[in-house]
Write a protein that binds this ligand. Structure first.
Ligand SMILES: NC(=O)c1ccc[n+]([C@@H]2O[C@H](COP(=O)([O-])OP(=O)(O)OC[C@H]3O[C@@H](n4cnc5c(N)ncnc54)[C@H](O)[C@@H]3O)[C@@H](O)[C@H]2O)c1
Length: 315
């Protein structure tokens, strides 16, 4: 198939491209490199079945021209703002990078008769809950602008599917970790400890606890579901049944960096920032019944990701 991956130079998009290329698909990657890195996809640049186009999706006429040039079978829309904290202060960031990129992608697809979209959504659409998150549980009340933009994007995808005979795969990701990550708690802890190996600033009180999924498990789940389901809208939580506390992530990072006597300094409160969901767990019945489960536990994924980012583990 000929597949467009938006945000393909990003952390997750680049792993998705690796998997799609390995399966023999022809991949066109669009990224404005605002958050992504060319080195994440450098190993594909010489391939005759891969093309990279540096482009901002918000430049709709240039993006639309790409759809005239190529006949895409499916779009994997991964481009978004991945800096959730920035979205809390820069109120247009999620509206533009997360929502408008989706709306423009859907518009171009509709104009050019591309009927299949796979979308990188998030646990953030659920908001804060005290029970495991199920795909069909409501009401969906996000507490971050990032989650709000993802939910609005899901809603538009649903309406486009109904009005233009499209089909969608909506994947609700948990926290994703692994090689090439350029943001997130593990990345931040390593950066801070490299700057000052004696003290680590931890946002919140360290008791936040969430499932961390290894990026290659995530990509395998996306393709597993995409290849096996054919409803008009196929919405799946992708996750792992175990969780890791933020304080444990700090311990793992300190241990793997070979540091001792590191003082933890907490900003306090039960969450990292306003809009952060301090605890969640997915109900994974739907994807489990389809036949997929993660290979790595949350703790193992965290340790593996720490080693990958430190360069003490290589693929
Ligand atoms: N990493 C996670 O834990 C996580 C969790 C839930 C959902 N997601 C979603 O998964 C997707 C990928 O996330 P990631 O962690 O790889 O983030 P990332 O920042 O590494 O990747 C996003 C990519 O989109 C690109 N991009 C942003 N705006 C663009 C625009 N206007 N035009 C073209 N390219 C643009 C960026 O340059 C970047 O390469 C995102 O949609 C994100 O919201 C990620």
């Amino acid at each position: 198939m000929k597949i467009l991956v938006t945000g393909g130079a990003g952390f997750i998009g680049s792993h998705l491209i690796d998997a799609l290329c390995a399966k023999g698909h022809h991949v066109v990657c669009v990224d404005d490199l605002s958050l992504g890195r060319i080195e994440h996809i450098a190993h594909h640049l010489k391939s005759t079945t891969f093309e990279f186009i540096q482009l901002n999706i918000l430049d709709e006429s240039r993006f639309d021209a790409l759809f005239s040039e190529h006949r895409f079978d499916c779009v994997f829309h991964m481009a978004a703002n991945s800096d959730i904290q920035e979205g809390a202060t820069q109120l247009r960031v999620d509206l533009e990078k997360t929502f408008m990129t989706t709306f423009i992608t859907l518009n171009c697809m509709q104009r050019h008769g591309v009927q299949h979209i796979a979308f990188a959504s998030s646990s953030a659409v659920y908001g804060e809950r005290s029970t495991p998150l199920r795909e069909d549980s409501g009401p969906l009340q996000p507490i971050s602008f990032y989650g709000a933009a993802k939910l609005a994007a899901e809603a538009y995808i649903s309406a486009f599917c109904e009005n233009f005979d499209m089909r969608a795969w909506i994947f609700r990701f948990p926290n994703v970790v692994g090689e090439r990550a350029t943001h997130g708690v593990i990345f931040d802890f390593i950066q801070r400890l490299r700057e000052n190996p004696h003290e680590l600033l931890i946002l919140g009180d360290g008791s936040q606890e969430k499932p961390y999924l290894y990026v290659k498990d995530l990509v395998s789940a996306m393709l597993f579901v995409w290849e096996r389901t054919s409803e008009k809208i196929n919405c799946y939580n992708i996750g792992v049944s175990t969780t890791t506390r933020v304080s444990k992530i700090a311990d793992i990072v300190v241990e793997e960096m070979g540091l001792q006597n590191v003082q933890y300094r907490y900003t306090g409160g039960d969450r990292g920032w306003k809009g952060d969901v301090p605890w969640f767990l997915y109900d994974l019945h739907k994807i489990t019944e389809l036949g997929w489960t993660a290979q790595m536990t949350s703790d193992d994924a965290v340790r593996h990701a720490v080693r990958a980012l430190l360069g003490t583990y290589r693929e």
